[in-house]
Design a protein around this ligand. Structure first.
Ligand code: NAI
Length: 288
């Protein structure tokens, strides 16, 4: 084929790219926004172009983050299981108002801005961190940029919306979680490796973190999108995370709305058509 179409958890490292080049593949079309799984340097060396779908529905992802947050703070999974078995007891289901709490948005690109807007609607105080702050957006939306340390120190809810890079890998780690307010909750719809999962288990065990809603997990590629219900899981960190009552894990489905799927398909096909027609590639990703 002239082009291959890949998704978030497909491994597109130097070895894969070398093989693709040998097969005559000239284009890698990502049907996702993130491209941390592609060795861009190797692709450039092999003369293979890489295109992506920069935005297909930032609303889908932000809204899923909010769903995780509400489910976590109001114990919806537990309540659902109880009422399904006609148990109408509300013991242990006490939640917390979001109104008046401080939400920290880490990364104020397309998704982070929408997340901030929704949380502002709840009456939360919005603080943000981004190495490239968008002051015009902050002024217009009532958000306030703070330092990276302060976002950890001040947030009651910390929501991660930055890409996975060398700088952001394990940005949530033992030290930064120690800075957080006891009981603060984390929402991660970004990438799993933004969080040091072992440090997260430690913080949860010691009840320093109030909980986490995660749509992504550091080692998700082996498990996510597959049914492991009748198999033995060998990932002890994931297995431990699943045991906490204040951890909600969804398997990288924040993007999964009908609107987003249509946009993904349309843009991917447009990207491929542009390449085949020799047109300019508006959505090309290049190595730095
Ligand atoms: P975007 O490119 O519009 O925004 C990313 C923002 O992060 C930018 O403002 C950038 O300056 C900022 N940033 C870069 N380095 C940073 C750092 N060290 N600390 C804090 N902020 C930093 O990207 P968008 O569309 O908002 O997506 C964000 C991330 O969400 C993607 O990179 C992807 O990993 C993830 N994602 C997850 C999906 C899911 O289904 N769970 C679906 C789509 C995206």
């Amino acid at each position: 084929y002239d082009a291959v179409c890949v998704f978030v958890n497909d491994v597109v490292n130097a070895a894969v790219i070398e093989r693709l080049a040998q097969c005559g593949v000239k284009l890698i079309a990502l049907r996702c926004a993130g491209f941390n799984n592609v060795d861009l340097q190797a692709a450039a060396q092999a003369g293979i172009k890489v295109v992506r779908v920069p935005a297909y529905s930032p609303y889908a992802v932000a809204e899923h983050g909010v769903a995780l947050l509400m489910a976590l703070t109001r114990h919806i999974p537990q309540a659902y299981l109880r009422t399904k078995t006609a148990n109408f007891n509300i013991e242990g289901l006490t939640g917390r108002d979001l109104h008046g709490l401080t939400a920290g948005v880490l990364g104020t690109g397309k998704i982070g801005q929408i997340m901030a807007g929704i949380l502002k609607g709840f009456g939360m105080d919005i603080i943000a961190y981004d190495p490239y702050p968008n002051e015009a957006w902050a002024d217009g939306s009532g958000a306030r940029y703070v330092s990276l340390d302060d976002i950890f120190r001040q947030s009651d809810v910390l929501s991660l919306h930055c890409p996975l890079t060398e700088q952001t890998k394990h940005i949530v780690n033992h030290d930064t979680m120690k800075m957080m307010k006891p009981g603060a909750v984390i929402i991660n719809t970004g990438r799993g490796a933004l969080i040091d999962s072992k440090a997260l288990v430690h913080a949860l065990k010691h009840q320093h973190i109030g909980g986490i809603g995660m749509d992504v997990y550091e080692e998700e590629s082996k498990y996510f999108f597959s049914d492991w219900s009748t198999d033995i899981m060998t990932d002890d960190v994931l297995a431990r995370l699943l045991t906490f009552p204040n951890v909600i894990i969804t398997s990288h489905q924040a993007f999964l709305t009908t609107n987003a799927l249509k946009n993904l398909a349309d843009t991917t096909l447009d990207n491929i058509k542009a390449f085949m027609g020799g047109a300019e590639l508006a959505n090309e990703v290049k190595a730095n």
